[in-house]
Write a protein that binds this ligand. Structure first.
Ligand code: CMP
Length: 139
């Protein structure tokens, strides 16, 4: 499988950022069941990105391929005309499209200038897949 040939890149982070990302992953209902080593590898592979106030981070209905952890600022989550919630730093978002292989379930808009950590589908799936392969080879 081609995922076994993907090179994962580590992005250096402050200790504060490492803690924020790990905590966010461990608090997320869909991520918290991952193994500790997977959480650490996802954290290592997340890359930094910034967006200005008012920018659309995620558009409902799009094909999505990135999972985010919010580090600074806040974002609004809306579905159609309806506001669902405001997300504050230390939270994961954008996980549903990758985990369920569906289109983006909501729109996410930057309420302030924001700083994010991100990981793309390929890296995310490689981490899931490798752990599976390693386990399999242990039998
Ligand atoms: P995803 O569907 O990939 O992209 C939109 C994101 O908004 C979604 O993942 C969740 O992370 C987030 N989201 C969707 N619905 C809600 C909700 N009801 N409350 C909080 N966050 C949500």
């Amino acid at each position: 499988n081609q995922l076994t040939h993907v090179t994962l890149t580590n992005y250096s982070k402050s200790e504060e950022s490492r803690e924020l990302i790990q905590k966010a992953l461990l608090e997320n209902d869909f991520m918290k069941h991952l193994e500790a080593s997977q959480i650490l590898t996802i954290m290592d592979c997340m890359y930094p990105t910034t967006l200005a106030q008012g920018c659309c981070v995620i558009q409902e209905g799009d094909d999505g391929s990135t999972v985010y952890v919010l580090e600074e600022g806040s974002v609004d989550v809306t579905k159609g005309e309806q506001k669902l919630c405001t997300i504050e730093p230390g939270k994961v978002f954008g996980e549903l499209a990758i985990l369920y292989n569906c289109t983006r379930t909501a729109t996410v808009t930057a309420l302030t200038d924001i700083k994010l950590w991100a990981i793309d589908r390929q890296g995310f799936q490689t981490i899931m897949m490798r752990t599976g392969l390693l386990k399999h080879s242990n039998y």
